[in-house]
Design a protein around this ligand. Structure first.
Ligand code: ATP
Ligand code: MG
Length: 318
Protein backbone atom coordinates (compact mmCIF):
# COMPACT_ATOMS: atom_id res chain seq x y z
CA UNK A 1 0.00 0.00 0.00
CA UNK A 2 1.62 3.19 -1.20
CA UNK A 3 -0.99 5.77 -0.26
CA UNK A 4 -2.43 5.98 3.21
CA UNK A 5 -5.03 8.39 1.90
CA UNK A 6 -6.33 8.77 -1.59
CA UNK A 7 -9.14 10.97 -2.79
CA UNK A 8 -10.55 10.01 -6.16
CA UNK A 9 -12.62 12.35 -8.30
CA UNK A 10 -14.52 13.83 -5.38
CA UNK A 11 -17.53 16.03 -6.10
CA UNK A 12 -19.35 17.84 -3.30
CA UNK A 13 -22.28 20.22 -3.51
CA UNK A 14 -24.20 22.32 -1.02
CA UNK A 15 -27.93 22.73 -0.83
CA UNK A 16 -28.50 26.46 -0.80
CA UNK A 17 -31.87 28.18 -0.39
CA UNK A 18 -32.88 28.14 -4.01
CA UNK A 19 -30.34 25.89 -5.67
CA UNK A 20 -27.68 23.27 -5.35
CA UNK A 21 -24.16 24.65 -5.84
CA UNK A 22 -21.02 22.66 -6.39
CA UNK A 23 -18.09 23.42 -4.09
CA UNK A 24 -15.70 20.57 -4.93
CA UNK A 25 -15.17 19.70 -8.58
CA UNK A 26 -13.58 16.32 -9.17
CA UNK A 27 -10.68 16.60 -6.78
CA UNK A 28 -8.13 13.76 -6.68
CA UNK A 29 -5.30 13.67 -4.14
CA UNK A 30 -2.77 11.13 -2.92
CA UNK A 31 -0.89 11.07 0.35
CA UNK A 32 1.81 8.52 1.02
CA UNK A 33 2.45 7.18 4.49
CA UNK A 34 4.80 9.40 6.53
CA UNK A 35 4.64 12.12 3.89
CA UNK A 36 3.01 15.51 3.98
CA UNK A 37 0.70 17.13 1.50
CA UNK A 38 -0.16 20.81 1.56
CA UNK A 39 -3.47 22.12 0.29
CA UNK A 40 -3.29 25.81 -0.55
CA UNK A 41 -5.62 28.40 -1.97
CA UNK A 42 -7.55 31.53 -1.14
CA UNK A 43 -10.46 31.70 1.24
CA UNK A 44 -13.47 29.77 -0.01
CA UNK A 45 -11.61 27.53 -2.47
CA UNK A 46 -12.67 24.35 -0.68
CA UNK A 47 -9.80 23.49 1.65
CA UNK A 48 -11.88 22.88 4.77
CA UNK A 49 -14.65 21.10 2.88
CA UNK A 50 -12.04 18.69 1.51
CA UNK A 51 -10.57 18.15 4.99
CA UNK A 52 -13.96 17.69 6.59
CA UNK A 53 -15.00 15.18 3.96
CA UNK A 54 -12.07 12.97 5.02
CA UNK A 55 -13.27 13.20 8.64
CA UNK A 56 -16.84 12.72 7.41
CA UNK A 57 -17.80 15.85 9.32
CA UNK A 58 -19.38 17.90 6.55
CA UNK A 59 -22.18 20.37 7.29
CA UNK A 60 -25.64 18.84 7.03
CA UNK A 61 -26.49 20.60 3.77
CA UNK A 62 -23.48 19.09 2.01
CA UNK A 63 -24.01 16.35 -0.55
CA UNK A 64 -21.18 14.09 -1.65
CA UNK A 65 -22.25 13.54 -5.22
CA UNK A 66 -19.56 11.13 -6.33
CA UNK A 67 -16.03 10.02 -5.74
CA UNK A 68 -14.09 7.93 -3.28
CA UNK A 69 -12.03 8.66 -0.20
CA UNK A 70 -9.73 5.74 0.35
CA UNK A 71 -8.29 5.40 3.83
CA UNK A 72 -5.76 2.58 3.70
CA UNK A 73 -7.45 1.42 0.51
CA UNK A 74 -10.95 1.30 1.98
CA UNK A 75 -13.59 3.79 0.90
CA UNK A 76 -14.59 5.62 4.07
CA UNK A 77 -17.62 7.06 2.31
CA UNK A 78 -19.14 3.63 2.83
CA UNK A 79 -18.27 3.42 6.52
CA UNK A 80 -20.89 3.48 9.25
CA UNK A 81 -20.87 6.30 11.81
CA UNK A 82 -19.55 3.80 14.34
CA UNK A 83 -16.63 2.88 12.11
CA UNK A 84 -15.93 6.57 11.57
CA UNK A 85 -15.81 7.19 15.31
CA UNK A 86 -13.10 4.55 15.53
CA UNK A 87 -11.11 6.36 12.88
CA UNK A 88 -11.60 9.89 14.16
CA UNK A 89 -9.11 10.64 16.88
CA UNK A 90 -7.62 7.14 16.83
CA UNK A 91 -6.29 6.97 13.30
CA UNK A 92 -6.95 10.44 11.92
CA UNK A 93 -6.64 13.53 14.10
CA UNK A 94 -7.93 16.95 13.16
CA UNK A 95 -6.26 20.13 14.35
CA UNK A 96 -8.96 22.67 13.62
CA UNK A 97 -8.78 26.24 12.35
CA UNK A 98 -9.76 27.96 15.60
CA UNK A 99 -8.27 26.52 18.80
CA UNK A 100 -10.63 28.40 21.08
CA UNK A 101 -13.82 26.82 19.77
CA UNK A 102 -12.45 23.33 20.20
CA UNK A 103 -11.70 23.64 23.91
CA UNK A 104 -14.56 23.75 26.36
CA UNK A 105 -14.15 26.83 28.61
CA UNK A 106 -15.87 25.06 31.51
CA UNK A 107 -13.33 22.27 31.94
CA UNK A 108 -9.62 22.38 32.63
CA UNK A 109 -7.28 21.69 29.75
CA UNK A 110 -6.06 18.57 31.55
CA UNK A 111 -9.55 17.19 32.04
CA UNK A 112 -10.26 17.56 28.35
CA UNK A 113 -7.12 15.78 27.22
CA UNK A 114 -7.76 13.15 29.87
CA UNK A 115 -11.23 12.57 28.47
CA UNK A 116 -9.96 12.06 24.94
CA UNK A 117 -7.39 9.56 26.16
CA UNK A 118 -9.92 7.69 28.29
CA UNK A 119 -12.25 7.52 25.30
CA UNK A 120 -9.70 6.04 22.95
CA UNK A 121 -7.36 3.99 25.11
CA UNK A 122 -7.99 1.28 27.66
CA UNK A 123 -6.08 2.79 30.60
CA UNK A 124 -6.80 3.56 34.23
CA UNK A 125 -7.66 7.09 35.37
CA UNK A 126 -4.20 7.52 36.83
CA UNK A 127 -2.50 6.34 33.67
CA UNK A 128 -4.69 8.60 31.53
CA UNK A 129 -3.61 11.57 33.62
CA UNK A 130 0.03 10.62 33.30
CA UNK A 131 -0.32 10.28 29.53
CA UNK A 132 -2.11 13.65 29.41
CA UNK A 133 0.66 15.41 31.33
CA UNK A 134 3.29 13.69 29.21
CA UNK A 135 1.53 14.85 26.05
CA UNK A 136 1.49 18.44 27.35
CA UNK A 137 5.22 18.15 28.03
CA UNK A 138 5.75 16.84 24.51
CA UNK A 139 4.27 20.00 23.04
CA UNK A 140 6.55 22.08 25.32
CA UNK A 141 3.97 23.40 27.73
CA UNK A 142 6.12 24.54 30.66
CA UNK A 143 5.23 23.12 34.09
CA UNK A 144 2.81 20.72 32.42
CA UNK A 145 1.76 19.06 35.68
CA UNK A 146 0.60 22.42 37.06
CA UNK A 147 -0.86 23.74 33.82
CA UNK A 148 -2.88 20.53 33.58
CA UNK A 149 -5.28 22.14 36.06
CA UNK A 150 -5.64 25.44 34.18
CA UNK A 151 -8.75 26.45 32.28
CA UNK A 152 -8.45 27.30 28.57
CA UNK A 153 -8.69 31.07 29.24
CA UNK A 154 -5.58 30.81 31.42
CA UNK A 155 -3.63 29.62 28.38
CA UNK A 156 -2.30 31.98 25.70
CA UNK A 157 -3.45 31.44 22.10
CA UNK A 158 -0.26 29.58 21.23
CA UNK A 159 -0.53 27.39 24.32
CA UNK A 160 -4.15 26.58 23.54
CA UNK A 161 -3.17 25.46 20.07
CA UNK A 162 -0.39 23.36 21.61
CA UNK A 163 -2.92 21.82 23.96
CA UNK A 164 -5.16 20.94 21.01
CA UNK A 165 -2.19 19.42 19.26
CA UNK A 166 -1.35 17.47 22.44
CA UNK A 167 -4.92 16.24 22.51
CA UNK A 168 -4.81 15.29 18.83
CA UNK A 169 -1.53 13.44 19.19
CA UNK A 170 -2.24 11.67 22.46
CA UNK A 171 -3.83 8.79 20.56
CA UNK A 172 -0.93 8.39 18.14
CA UNK A 173 -2.84 9.07 14.94
CA UNK A 174 -1.55 7.82 11.61
CA UNK A 175 -2.70 10.97 9.86
CA UNK A 176 -2.87 14.53 11.12
CA UNK A 177 -5.14 16.92 9.28
CA UNK A 178 -4.20 20.44 10.26
CA UNK A 179 -6.66 23.06 8.98
CA UNK A 180 -4.83 26.39 9.08
CA UNK A 181 -3.43 25.47 12.49
CA UNK A 182 -1.66 28.79 12.95
CA UNK A 183 -3.84 31.48 11.39
CA UNK A 184 -5.14 32.59 14.77
CA UNK A 185 -1.61 33.02 16.12
CA UNK A 186 1.12 35.62 15.82
CA UNK A 187 4.08 34.98 13.53
CA UNK A 188 6.65 33.77 16.07
CA UNK A 189 4.18 31.39 17.66
CA UNK A 190 3.16 30.23 14.18
CA UNK A 191 6.71 29.08 13.48
CA UNK A 192 6.91 27.23 16.80
CA UNK A 193 3.63 25.41 16.22
CA UNK A 194 4.62 24.44 12.69
CA UNK A 195 7.96 23.14 13.87
CA UNK A 196 6.15 21.17 16.51
CA UNK A 197 3.80 19.56 14.00
CA UNK A 198 6.69 18.85 11.68
CA UNK A 199 8.88 17.27 14.33
CA UNK A 200 6.07 15.05 15.57
CA UNK A 201 5.34 14.05 12.01
CA UNK A 202 8.97 13.19 11.33
CA UNK A 203 9.64 11.42 14.63
CA UNK A 204 6.54 9.28 14.57
CA UNK A 205 6.26 8.79 10.83
CA UNK A 206 2.80 10.32 10.86
CA UNK A 207 1.27 11.47 7.60
CA UNK A 208 0.21 15.09 7.39
CA UNK A 209 -2.43 16.94 5.42
CA UNK A 210 -1.69 20.60 5.97
CA UNK A 211 -4.21 23.20 4.93
CA UNK A 212 -3.14 26.78 4.59
CA UNK A 213 -3.46 29.81 2.37
CA UNK A 214 0.28 30.43 2.77
CA UNK A 215 2.67 28.81 0.28
CA UNK A 216 5.58 29.83 2.51
CA UNK A 217 4.31 27.52 5.22
CA UNK A 218 3.94 24.71 2.71
CA UNK A 219 7.53 25.22 1.54
CA UNK A 220 8.81 24.64 5.04
CA UNK A 221 6.56 21.75 5.95
CA UNK A 222 5.38 19.67 3.00
CA UNK A 223 6.63 17.19 0.42
CA UNK A 224 3.85 17.80 -2.07
CA UNK A 225 1.32 20.51 -2.67
CA UNK A 226 -2.07 20.81 -4.29
CA UNK A 227 -3.14 24.29 -5.31
CA UNK A 228 -6.89 24.70 -5.18
CA UNK A 229 -8.91 27.31 -6.99
CA UNK A 230 -12.71 27.49 -6.95
CA UNK A 231 -13.00 23.92 -5.75
CA UNK A 232 -10.67 22.53 -8.40
CA UNK A 233 -7.06 21.42 -8.35
CA UNK A 234 -5.23 23.78 -10.66
CA UNK A 235 -1.69 22.58 -9.95
CA UNK A 236 -0.31 19.59 -8.14
CA UNK A 237 3.38 18.88 -7.68
CA UNK A 238 6.24 18.29 -5.31
CA UNK A 239 7.15 21.41 -3.36
CA UNK A 240 10.43 21.97 -5.22
CA UNK A 241 8.70 22.03 -8.61
CA UNK A 242 6.01 24.40 -7.39
CA UNK A 243 8.57 26.91 -6.18
CA UNK A 244 11.15 26.53 -8.95
CA UNK A 245 8.74 26.14 -11.79
CA UNK A 246 5.20 27.24 -10.98
CA UNK A 247 3.10 26.70 -14.10
CA UNK A 248 -0.41 27.90 -13.36
CA UNK A 249 -0.85 31.70 -13.48
CA UNK A 250 -2.73 31.41 -10.18
CA UNK A 251 0.17 29.61 -8.49
CA UNK A 252 2.52 32.23 -9.92
CA UNK A 253 0.27 34.90 -8.43
CA UNK A 254 0.27 33.21 -5.05
CA UNK A 255 4.07 33.08 -5.10
CA UNK A 256 4.34 36.74 -6.07
CA UNK A 257 2.12 37.67 -3.16
CA UNK A 258 4.48 36.00 -0.70
CA UNK A 259 6.44 38.47 1.43
CA UNK A 260 10.11 38.39 0.43
CA UNK A 261 12.81 39.41 2.87
CA UNK A 262 13.91 43.05 2.50
CA UNK A 263 11.47 43.67 -0.28
CA UNK A 264 8.36 45.75 -0.54
CA UNK A 265 7.26 44.11 -3.77
CA UNK A 266 4.07 42.51 -2.61
CA UNK A 267 1.65 41.79 -5.40
CA UNK A 268 -1.77 40.59 -4.47
CA UNK A 269 -3.77 38.78 -7.12
CA UNK A 270 -6.36 41.21 -8.45
CA UNK A 271 -10.03 40.36 -8.30
CA UNK A 272 -12.06 37.80 -6.42
CA UNK A 273 -12.53 34.08 -6.83
CA UNK A 274 -15.98 33.05 -8.07
CA UNK A 275 -18.75 31.99 -5.69
CA UNK A 276 -19.85 28.36 -5.76
CA UNK A 277 -23.22 29.50 -7.10
CA UNK A 278 -21.61 31.14 -10.16
CA UNK A 279 -21.99 29.37 -13.46
CA UNK A 280 -18.55 28.77 -14.92
CA UNK A 281 -18.12 27.28 -18.37
CA UNK A 282 -14.42 27.87 -19.03
CA UNK A 283 -11.42 28.18 -16.74
CA UNK A 284 -12.51 29.45 -13.31
CA UNK A 285 -9.43 31.69 -13.17
CA UNK A 286 -10.20 33.28 -16.54
CA UNK A 287 -11.47 36.67 -15.25
CA UNK A 288 -8.32 37.23 -13.16
CA UNK A 289 -5.72 35.67 -15.41
CA UNK A 290 -3.01 37.78 -17.03
CA UNK A 291 -2.18 35.06 -19.56
CA UNK A 292 -5.64 34.11 -20.71
CA UNK A 293 -6.35 33.19 -24.31
CA UNK A 294 -9.67 32.94 -26.13
CA UNK A 295 -9.97 29.20 -25.45
CA UNK A 296 -10.00 29.76 -21.68
CA UNK A 297 -13.29 31.62 -21.75
CA UNK A 298 -15.52 28.69 -22.62
CA UNK A 299 -13.44 25.52 -22.41
CA UNK A 300 -12.56 24.23 -19.01
CA UNK A 301 -8.94 22.94 -18.91
CA UNK A 302 -8.17 19.36 -17.87
CA UNK A 303 -5.54 18.55 -15.28
CA UNK A 304 -2.66 17.34 -17.43
CA UNK A 305 0.65 15.76 -16.43
CA UNK A 306 3.56 17.88 -17.64
CA UNK A 307 6.34 15.94 -15.97
CA UNK A 308 6.64 13.27 -13.32
CA UNK A 309 5.03 14.68 -10.16
CA UNK A 310 3.80 17.83 -11.83
CA UNK A 311 0.25 18.36 -13.03
CA UNK A 312 -1.45 21.55 -14.12
CA UNK A 313 -4.87 22.55 -15.32
CA UNK A 314 -4.21 25.35 -17.80
CA UNK A 315 -4.61 25.69 -21.58
CA UNK A 316 -1.17 27.29 -21.88
CA UNK A 317 0.41 23.87 -21.43
CA UNK A 318 -1.81 21.84 -23.68
N1 ATP B 1 -22.54 24.80 4.98
C1 ATP B 1 -22.31 25.41 3.83
N2 ATP B 1 -23.33 25.83 3.05
C2 ATP B 1 -23.10 26.43 1.86
N3 ATP B 1 -21.89 26.66 1.36
C3 ATP B 1 -20.84 26.28 2.10
C4 ATP B 1 -20.98 25.64 3.36
N4 ATP B 1 -19.75 25.38 3.86
C5 ATP B 1 -18.87 25.84 2.95
N5 ATP B 1 -19.53 26.37 1.89
C6 ATP B 1 -18.92 26.96 0.69
O1 ATP B 1 -18.00 26.04 0.11
C7 ATP B 1 -16.88 26.72 -0.40
C8 ATP B 1 -15.62 26.13 0.20
O2 ATP B 1 -15.58 26.43 1.59
P1 ATP B 1 -14.36 26.06 2.52
O3 ATP B 1 -14.79 26.29 3.91
O4 ATP B 1 -13.86 24.70 2.17
O5 ATP B 1 -13.27 27.13 2.10
P2 ATP B 1 -11.76 27.26 2.63
O6 ATP B 1 -10.89 27.06 1.46
O7 ATP B 1 -11.57 26.38 3.81
O8 ATP B 1 -11.72 28.80 3.05
P3 ATP B 1 -11.00 29.50 4.32
O9 ATP B 1 -9.58 29.74 3.90
O10 ATP B 1 -11.73 30.80 4.45
O11 ATP B 1 -11.15 28.64 5.52
C9 ATP B 1 -17.07 28.19 -0.07
O12 ATP B 1 -17.57 28.85 -1.19
C10 ATP B 1 -18.09 28.18 1.03
O13 ATP B 1 -18.86 29.34 0.99
MG1 MG C 1 -11.22 26.74 5.83
Amino acid sequence: MKNILEIKDLNISFKLESQIAKAIHGISLQLERAKSLGIVGESGCGKSVTAMSVMRLLPSNAVIESGEILWKEKNILGFSEKEMQQIRGNQIALIPQDPMTSLNPLYTVGEQIHEVIALHQKVSKKEAKEIAIESLKNVKIPEADKRYNDYPHQFSGGMRQRAIIAMSLSCNPELIIADEPTTALDVTVQAQILNLIKSVQEERGTSLLLITHDLGIVAETCNNVAVLYAGRIVEYADVMSIFKNPLHPYTQGLLESLPVKNSQKLKAIKGQPPAISDNISGCPFYPRCGHRIELCKNVSPELITVSENHRVSCHLYN
